[in-house]
Design a protein around this ligand. Structure first.
Ligand code: GLU
Length: 493
């Protein structure tokens, strides 16, 4: 395919939504597959909806996911500027051209006029539609009224009837009835362009070849095609990606949990896991494959194989994919991602992060396949870096309150103290021999020891934990537990 140029055009009205990230990603796959260009354009002309810092958050989320752009904010490009608010002269020029050619006109109807009109149409059981009141105001009259201070929008004159057929790469041919459309506002009374107009002008001037975007914009497409025709531009190819719905098939919203990339990041999801998950929201390579890298997707991706039907958002699946990446990703990368979580939950200090990098990696190696998100790592690792100050209550009842438990732990401690090589193999052998000699199951010693060393009932394999903690710390914690048990015994006497 020649000259593929696609774009992602977010409005900076908040964080990067999971649906926006999927749109960006599919555009990026397509661009990379065809050795084309991926353009990032910021649609910031709806001043009422803008949120401060939104652009920097969107850019940060895209970078974190590994979606790089070839033209756009921070890097520029030959079709810039890439912020719509910096392209106002172009919209003004194109709108004036349409007025001059008689394809657009000034409309002076106030919001009150339009509301009145709507009321009349409602009473008459008609659908709401602009009544064309200003269509025939001669341009010179309109200019005079504007010069006299009246406010006006510019509307595109559109046919009153007929159909518009749009061919979409995903949905095929879609037909729209034109009598459902209003004469489109292209410039607002505050001299800002309306979304549809700015979008068409920019897509043309940025030489976009394919518009790949969310299905919610399918209804804008006939309006945009009318604009392409009026402006004399060549119409681009459209591809509307299926909706992403909540498991109950309702619109995805806050009540379904995290919906922005940033929130998922804070909850401890890994970027490659999110990318993997989003890849399958509406597309699949045609088999049961569940784990896929961007490089592989770029080879296999086909726009016309994107599903027409809504994709269902499923956090269970995302969590499963995240566990997969936690277990399998490169240890250095995983450690780098884990450290901010360990610091923020005060398991380690910033200094420890540097000084004990090797140890942190060792602990991560042991616990990585026991957690589903990075946010679960600190709790799974804290016994290593912090003193054990409390013991699980149920554990105390089960393993520390039995008669003879202090003695059993003491025997374990004595045997461990004699070891010269304190590794998984030797500690395990010691425990197996001791329990065999005592005629008890090895679990009877393992459980209280785990409680002594970690304060909890569940942990990675006890001998892995012992090897990680090292001899000195193990013996110290066992002594502390033995003392604790004796205080229990005194209290119970
Ligand atoms: N700014 C629009 C949005 O964020 C872009 C729509 C489009 O891609 O045309 O939804």
């Amino acid at each position: 395919m020649d000259h593929v140029r696609v774009r992602f055009a977010p409005s900076p009205t908040g964080y990067l939504h999971i649906g926006g990230a999927r749109t960006a990603l599919f555009n990026w796959f397509f661009a990379r597959q065809h050795h084309g260009k991926f353009i990032l354009r910021i649609e910031d002309t709806d001043t009422k909806r803008l949120k401060e810092d939104s652009v920097s958050q969107i850019l940060a989320s895209m970078k974190w996911l590994g979606i790089d752009w070839d033209e756009g904010p921070e890097i520029g490009g030959s079709c810039g500027p890439y912020y719509q608010s910096e392209r106002l002269d172009l919209y003004k020029k194109e709108a004036q051209r349409l007025v001059k050619e008689g394809k657009a006109y000034y409309c002076f109807c106030t919001p009150e006029d339009l509301a009145k009109n709507r009321e009349i149409q409602r009473e008459q059981g008609q659908s709401f539609r602009y009544n064309g009141k200003c269509r025939d105001i001669p341009p010179e009259v309109a200019k005079d009224r504007i010069a006299a201070g009246e406010k006006a929008v510019i509307r595109l004159r559109i046919p009153d009837s007929g159909q518009m057929k749009v061919t979409d790469c995903i949905h095929g041919e879609v037909t729209f009835a034109l009598d459902q459309l209003d004469d489109l506002i292209i410039m607002k009374s505050n001299a800002m362009p309306a979304y549809n107009f700015a979008c068409v002008v920019d897509d043309h001037h940025m030489a976009i070849s394919h518009i790949i975007r969310a299905e919610e914009h399918l209804s804008n497409t006939p309006k945009q095609v009318l604009l392409y025709e009026a402006l004399g531009y060549e119409v681009v190819q459209f591809a509307h990606l299926p909706m992403i719905l909540a498991p109950d098939r309702s619109k995805l919203s806050k009540r379904h949990g995290a919906t922005s990339v940033e929130e998922f990041r804070e909850q401890g999801f890994l970027a490659p896991a999110i990318v993997n998950y989003l890849t399958f929201l509406g597309w699949s390579p045609g088999d049961d494959q569940e784990i896929i890298t961007p490089t592989e997707t770029i080879k296999k991706f086909m726009l016309n194989k994107v599903s027409k039907t809504a994709a269902i958002y499923d956090t269970k699946k995302l969590t499963w994919i995240n566990s997969h990446y936690l277990t399998n990703m490169d240890l250095d990368d995983l450690t780098r991602e884990a450290i901010p979580f360990l610091i923020s939950q005060k398991v380690i200090t910033k200094d420890q992060a540097h000084e004990q990098a090797k140890t942190i990696q060792k602990v991560i190696t042991v616990v990585r396949d026991r957690v589903k998100t990075l946010a679960e790592l600190p709790a799974a690792m804290d016994y290593y870096f912090k003193e054990v100050t409390t013991y699980d209550e149920k554990g105390v009842k089960k393993h520390f309150s039995k008669p003879g438990s202090a003695d059993l732990l003491r025997q374990g401690r004595e045997q461990l103290a004699q070891l010269e090589t304190f590794d998984v193999e030797h500690t395990e052998e010691t425990y197996r021999n001791l329990t065999a000699n005592l005629g008890i199951k090895v679990g009877e010693l393992i459980h209280p020891t785990r409680l002594a060393l970690t304060g909890r009932l569940v942990s990675p394999g006890l001998f892995d934990v012992m090897a990680l903690l090292g001899k000195e710390l193990c013996l110290k914690r066992m002594d502390e537990a033995i003392n604790y048990i004796s205080t229990l015994e005194i209290a119970n006497k």
